[in-house]
Ligand binder design. Sequence first.
Ligand code: 13P
Length: 252
Amino acid sequence: MRKKIVVGNWKMNNTIAESVQLAQDVLAQLGEGFSGCEVGLSPTFLALQAVGTVIEGSSVQLVAQNCHYENDGAFTGEISVRMIKATGCSYVIIGHSERRQYFGETNSTVNLKVKKALNDGLKVIMCVGETLEEREAGVTGALVSSQVREGLDGIDDISSLVIAYEPVWAIGTGKTASAAQAEEVHDLIRTVVVKLYGEAVASELRIQYGGSVKPSNAAELFAMPNIDGGLIGGASLNAADFAAIVKAASEC
Ligand code: 13P
């Protein structure tokens, strides 16, 4: 039985003080001793340490939004895996569609980052997903399969990996993939992983859905057999909404 995982990706929102407040509000909403599913918060890099202090001692985990694939050195503006780990993060999100779209990330840079993070002991949420044009052109399956295959190229052990399926057309648009549409792609991703790693490994892999998840649609999405939680953008900026989504995942 795969334990569901719900992560709030706060993207480029909130100052350090606002992030601390939001983390405190999330904890208050979840209630003490919450353990229904795995929960992560992903504030801006600047607020990682401060949010880490708020969630210390709880089951909520700290998640970074990106990393670089080199150890250290002359990469102005970048953040290394070692720096991220030192803040207490347990996960890093890699290959988010906004990184691919606005910052030139490709399957091969995603692959370098995933390798680096996993090798250095940081768990990974690797994002994949198609644009509206790709969906309308009927290439969703081929595109997502190649994102998975190329992102995982040369990686033997995926026990510390989660895949997030985030259709680009559903991110921040209010358009959610229907539960059936999402399930179809999640099932396809698991089939690709079966081919790469075998049934046993694939059946353990958690595949999150992301894209306009809200309290009103979370339960239906999480009830699908291959949807193992959510990567939540907009709704994670509201503690009550995020907690409602987490609770929906815990009850599935
Ligand atoms: P929204 O929930 O705002 O659509 O964002 C999804 C997302 O990109 C999470 O990483």
